[in-house]
Design a protein around this ligand. Structure first.
Ligand code: ADP
Ligand code: MG
Length: 681
């Protein structure tokens, strides 16, 4: 057998098993060896029944002193109750539907049990433990790996499979250079694999994990650097003359650029003039004014005779951009079109043919833009807004619609620097670090459930003054299992209690036209209070809305709260964000404190990362990065630093990964990034 053999070549793995393993993305023996435990169970010590802490998994020994079927002995579903004893106490072991096990346990014989002990009316009980007859199994004790499972596969089955293939781990050869291995004190891959599955102690787990995390992050970072390097190495990008003036465009704007915008605009112009494709990320907090920078780039591109495409994550946002682009560009003689899936067939055909003929200068839309039926005459610039909703591969799909067009990515999700480097490893980064002048800081207030009356009276007062208000709830409709306010419930409540308010409701499961209608009514001031779910989180811009009430704020993450709050504070009026907290957990309190203390997205992002890890906020999937097997971008951020240096060294010396030394790395990059992003490896 070799590592690349299919799992079906393992004894005991038939078609059915192979299919189950496939669910875990396991094809080959090598894949199986790389299915690492998600945690371990410490079963090194046998403890006495008396010592066992309730609720914690423990390993105990006991002699069977009695057994019986509880309840009706003729009913197969009645539990089997086996009472065992060690020198310290008695323990009742229960198996529901356990009749079939009855013969396995013999009075007077000794067994080991691994499970949780609970004490119920003075009696120690253990339900459904793992068990072995003493002397029957050798490996009852030790550190046990716990694997991610799929239906139909048990821990025991995977452990057994891993034991079977473990000798193959030796075939996993060292592929990193001696220099790197020495410098970072890495153990060998075969040792790492072996010890990750069957460690003797914690130290081995640490050594093994470090090696594998290092290796995985190195492959990721190298892939990202490869993309960036080889893209900027191509000289065939669209060149846009530095001399094209944007004065005509800026003259019509009611403001001049802030210093932050000015700086970023300089970066962008330099990229455009360079003649190789721009790949730049513009990071700027909510409201920092990213759109105008994008517009300037589109203006210059249009002047140079090329088309621009702007992709937004939601239809709502696409339409909003469409409206402002039309306002800003049509008077200057440029054509703007909207492309989204809700267009009627005829309209869509017309738009498509205008894009193809080149009549359209600027097209804005949703994912519809990257569909195969969209053909550009001369695409020169691609802009994606609110990048965190798009993946690297989608961005690349859009870019492929032109001959190496310039790419500008805009995001309002402030990401700590260390993470940005990898999440956007294939992009150059500019940051708008200023806010447009005249902003009144938002007042953020924390209230609990009891204050609701006062809060909505306040809303009424603000509406009387002519302002508008958002109310955000975590759920669409009432739920029995989750105790919190739903959007529908709030909508009804507010309508009844405050009959003078014009209330609207918008949520994700409404039909597109209905959503649009409500949003448009809110934007035009025909609705005073908009009750919604997080659908309004991204990009909506209604300056007259000055109050944001977030119900059950404990159910939102910090980044989300920050995005939501960014919907207000968009004009010279004083704005308010009222966090209504339904459950004062420790983490909710910490989040609320942070929200009340700062409006700076970068600070919030750092804190968010500390509080609860990356999963929900900077989920790698959201960023379209390949899925990681063992690494965690936040937990292993220090490894990331080392890896960055190693990867950039490798790419500097061998930018196309052609050297003989780099062939394994090349294969691994290819495997991690898959076919869809076309590395041309
Ligand atoms: P975001 O970065 O969140 O996308 P926008 O581009 O939507 O922000 O800008 C937010 C608001 O600020 C818009 O109403 C925009 O017209 C305004 N704005 C942008 N730049 C400036 C500026 N330099 N001076 C004054 N207002 C500005
Ligand atoms: Mg925006």
């Amino acid at each position: 057998m070799i590592l690349q053999d299919k799992v079906s070549s393992i004894k005991g793995v038939g078609d059915k098993r192979a299919k189950l393993l496939k669910n875990l993305k396991i094809d080959t023996i090598d894949d199986l060896l790389h299915l690492f435990p998600r945690k371990y169970e410490d079963r090194r010590e046998v403890i006495t029944i008396m010592e066992a802490q309730p609720g914690k998994d423990v390993l105990v020994h006991g002699r069977v002193i009695s057994k019986r079927m509880g309840g009706n002995p003729y009913n197969k579903k009645t539990p089997l109750k086996v009472t065992v004893q060690d020198e310290s106490a008695n323990l009742e072991v229960m198996f529901f539907n356990g009749k079939y096990l009855s013969n396995y346990f013999s009075i007077g014989c000794e067994y080991t049990f691994y499970g949780k002990i609970n004490i119920s009316s003075g009696k120690r009980q253990m339900a459904h433990p793992e068990f072995h007859k003493m002397g029957e199994a050798e490996d009852v004790r030790g550190i046990f790996p716990v694997y991610p499972l799929t239906d139909g596969l048990t821990q025991a089955a995977i452990r057994k499979l891993q034991k079977t293939v473990l000798p193959m781990a030796k075939e996993s050869c060292e592929w990193l250079s001696e220099d790197i291995v020495k410098r970072y004190n890495l153990c060998s891959p075969s040792y790492a694999i072996e010890k990750l599955h069957f460690p003797d102690d914690e130290r081995q787990i640490r050594e093994a994990r470090y090696r594998m995390v290092f290796e995985e992050l190195l492959v990721l970072q190298t892939g990202l650097f490869y993309i960036r390097q080889n893209r900027s190495a191509e000289d065939s990008g669209i060149k846009i003359d530095l001399d094209i003036s944007v004065k005509e465009f800026m003259d019509r704007m009611p403001f001049s650029l802030t210093s932050g915008q000015e700086q970023v605009w300089k970066d962008v112009q330099k990229d455009l003039a360079l003649g190789r494709a721009m790949n730049r990320l513009v990071q700027g907090d909510v409201g920092s004014g990213k759109t105008v920078v994008a517009e300037l780039a589109m203006y210059k591109t249009a002047k140079a005779g090329f088309q621009s495409a702007m992709m937004a994550p939601t239809e709502l946002l696409a339409k909003q951009h469409y409206a402002s682009l039309k306002r800003d560009f049509e008077p200057l003689g440029f054509t703007v079109d909207l492309l989204c899936s809700s267009l009627k067939a005829k309209e869509k055909r017309e738009v498509l043919s205008r894009i193809e003929s080149g009549d359209t200068d600027i097209v804005v839309g949703t994912h519809a833009i990257i569909q195969p039926d969209v053909v550009f005459k001369s695409l020169g610039l691609v802009i994606t807004d609110e990048q965190h909703r798009f993946g690297v591969d989608q961005r690349i799909l859009l870019a492929q619609k032109g001959a190496n067009p310039n790419v500008l990515v805009m995001t309002a999700t402030p990401i700590p620097r260390t993470l940005a480097v990898i999440l956007y490893g294939d992009l150059d980064i500019s940051v708008i670090d200023t806010m447009p002048p005249g902003r009144v800081p938002i007042k953020t207030l924390l209230r609990n459930d009891n204050a609701r009356e006062g809060i909505y009276n306040f809303v009424q007062t603000k509406v009387n003054e002519g302002r508008q208000c958002y109310v955000v709830a975590p759920l669409i409709e009432e739920s029995e299992s989750i105790k919190c306010k739903s959007a529908e419930e709030l909508y009804e409540e507010i309508k009844v209690k405050y009959p003078r308010l014009r209330v609207g409701l918008v949520h994700g499961s409404m039909k597109q036209e209905d959503k649009d209608y409500v949003m448009e009514s809110f934007a035009s001031g025909d609705i005073d209070v908009l009750v919604s779910t997080v659908v309004i989180e991204v990009g909506i811009d209604v300056g007259n809305a000055t109050v944001m009430v977030i119900e059950n704020c404990e159910r939102f993450g910090l980044a989300q709260l920050h995005q939501l709050r960014g919907r207000v504070g968009r004009s010279h009026y004083q704005s308010y964000c009222i966090l209504v907290c339904g459950n004062e957990s420790k983490i909710a309190n910490q989040r609320n404190q942070i929200m009340c203390s700062t409006e700076n997205g970068f600070v919030i992002a750092e804190e968010d990362m500390k509080l609860r890890g990356p999963g929900e906020i900077f989920g790698t999937r959201q960023h379209g990065l390949p899925e990681l097997n063992i690494s965690d971008l936040v937990k292993h951020v220090d490894v990331l630093e080392d890896v960055k240096n190693v990867a950039s060294n490798i790419i500097e010396k061998d930018n196309r990964l052609k050297n003989a030394d780099n062939q394994v790395l090349r294969q691994k990059v290819k495997k991690m990034f898959g076919e869809n992003i076309q590395l041309n490896l």
